[in-house]
Design a protein around this ligand. Structure first.
Ligand SMILES: NC(=O)c1ccc[n+]([C@@H]2O[C@H](COP(=O)([O-])OP(=O)(O)OC[C@H]3O[C@@H](n4cnc5c(N)ncnc54)[C@H](O)[C@@H]3O)[C@@H](O)[C@H]2O)c1
Length: 420
């Protein structure tokens, strides 16, 4: 089995870097629904900031929005979003749409690989019937299934696609070996025994991270009541060799705050009611409101002006992605106390923030705020000096450093400090 022509379906954070990397060793078709995205990629521009203009210019990827162009590929790699709906249930509609498109183009002998994060059983029990119906072919006989979850971490220069071990699984040993060869050309590969195992491995990676952060977030809320500095406690505890170094904070984005619900959904369908995983989700989902309420409480107690500067609205530092941003909950909570909030972020797209969250970004932070709340530790903010922060505050204003990013700075004694 030779996978020489590969179609990547969905060219976002996952699909585009993958298509570009694969184009070194395979003929790559990059298929995407958004016309605007195809247009910008053809101009060698990646609005998400993950692939440079030079890399795009040097890569031979045939970007297209025409489903007809998908015909004849040896492998189809599906990299479309897997969100949850308003009831926190898995929303596989985009995956299934992509399967219908791929099914319409699929020829005998081809391999369909899902890269999106899903629950165990999705590829074989949910995708396969849709692919079969759209293609008129039989999975496992006429065409084959695979799964290879994506682990990239946007904004993380130390863990680029080529350095991350890729878990791969195939419906047959031949498929597995062909996929190992395909992905092995990009970086290290781990062969999982079957597709369900690989699906489960991905979804627990993010659930584990969510839980670890939920634990330190719970500690932060306990120590707040006890009047103990959580950062100092964690620093002391971390001197033990097997203490895990997690920090409290807002958990947002489309992965860590979403994927655990895929696991709890399938657990419940199997008759098991998850306790720990859902408790972690509740704690992390509530953190933005908790931070907003604590800042409001401290400001009211000190009779500070009800104007707040919130720094950062992307879901984490040094990325542009604003989906499921925890900062939005901070802003909303502060507003519910009647505070006027100025929201700033040097990386977020103002139009995107307005469309997705109904919030307006200010271009330049003002001054005389009652509090400055650092919610996202972008490099642009961690580079601020104590003076830069103080210049934006009233004399005895509050600095709420949610990420502990300004911990090393020495502020004037009159400035009030708060961190998780
Ligand atoms: N972004 C990450 O850091 C990351 C990391 C690991 C795993 N994942 C997982 O990878 C998957 C994709 O995430 P993402 O962040 O790349 O999403 P994304 O929103 O950045 O990109 C998805 C792209 O797919 C396109 N699309 C949607 N439906 C389509 C269809 N039917 N046909 C063609 N294109 C279609 C969208 O227009 C979009 O450009 C998700 O399951 C996510 O959980 C993401």
């Amino acid at each position: 089995m030779k996978l020489e022509t590969v179609a990547v379906v969905g060219l976002g954070y996952v699909g585009l870097p993958l298509a570009v990397a694969l184009s070194e060793t395979a003929r790559v078709i990059g298929f995407e629904l958004s016309k605007a995205r195809i247009h910008e990629l053809r101009q060698n521009h990646d609005r998400l900031g993950e692939v440079s203009e030079t890399a795009l210019d040097g890569a031979e990827v045939a970007f297209t929005g025409e489903a007809d162009a998908l015909a004849g590929a040896d492998a189809y790699l599906i990299t479309v979003p897997t969100p949850v709906d308003s009831a926190k249930q898995p929303d596989l509609s985009l995956v299934l749409d992509a399967c219908r498109t791929v099914g319409g183009a699929l020829g005998p002998g081809a391999v369909v690989v899902l890269e999106s994060t899903v629950y165990p059983g999705t590829v074989e029990e949910v995708c396969a019937p849709v692919l079969e119906q759209a293609s008129g072919l039989r999975a496992g006989e006429d065409f084959f299934l695979g799964y290879s979850p994506e682990r990239i971490n946007p904004g993380d220069a130390d863990h680029q696609l080529g350095q991350i071990t890729k878990v791969v699984a195939g419906q047959t040993p031949e498929v597995l070996s062909a996929l190992t060869k395909l992905y092995g050309a990009i970086g290290p590969v781990h062969e999982a025994p079957d597709i369900r195992t690989a699906e489960a491995a991905k979804v627990i990676e993010n659930a584990q991270r969510d839980l670890n952060i939920a634990f330190v977030n719970e500690l932060a809320m306990i120590f707040q009541r006890l009047g103990i500095d959580t950062g100092a406690v964690l620093e002391a505890a971390a001197t033990k060799w097997n203490f895990l170094g997690f920090r409290p904070g807002l958990v947002g984005g489309h992965c860590i705050g979403v994927d655990p619900y895929y696991l709890t959904y399938i657990a419940e369908r199997a008759g098991y009611r998850p306790e720990v995983i859902l408790a972690g989700r509740r704690i992390n989902d509530n953190m933005g409101r908790y931070v907003g309420a604590e800042v409001a409480r401290l400001m009211i107690r000190s009779d500070l002006p009800k104007r707040v500067l919130v720094l950062g609205v992307t879901f984490k530092e040094n990325v542009r992605d604003i989906r499921n941003s925890g900062s939005v909950d901070v802003v909303r909570e502060l507003e519910s106390f009647g505070f006027a909030v100025d929201l700033h972020d040097p990386l977020a797209d103002p139009e995107g923030v307005a469309a997705e969250h109904g919030l307006r970004l200010i271009q330049t932070p003002g001054d005389n705020y009652g509090a400055v709340v650092l919610t996202v530790a972008h490099d642009a903010y961690t580079a601020w000096s104590a003076r830069d922060v103080e210049d934006r505050l009233v004399d005895d204003g509050l600095v709420a450093d949610i990420k502990g990013a300004w911990h090393g700075l020495t502020f004037a004694p009159r400035v009030k400090m708060w961190r998780l």
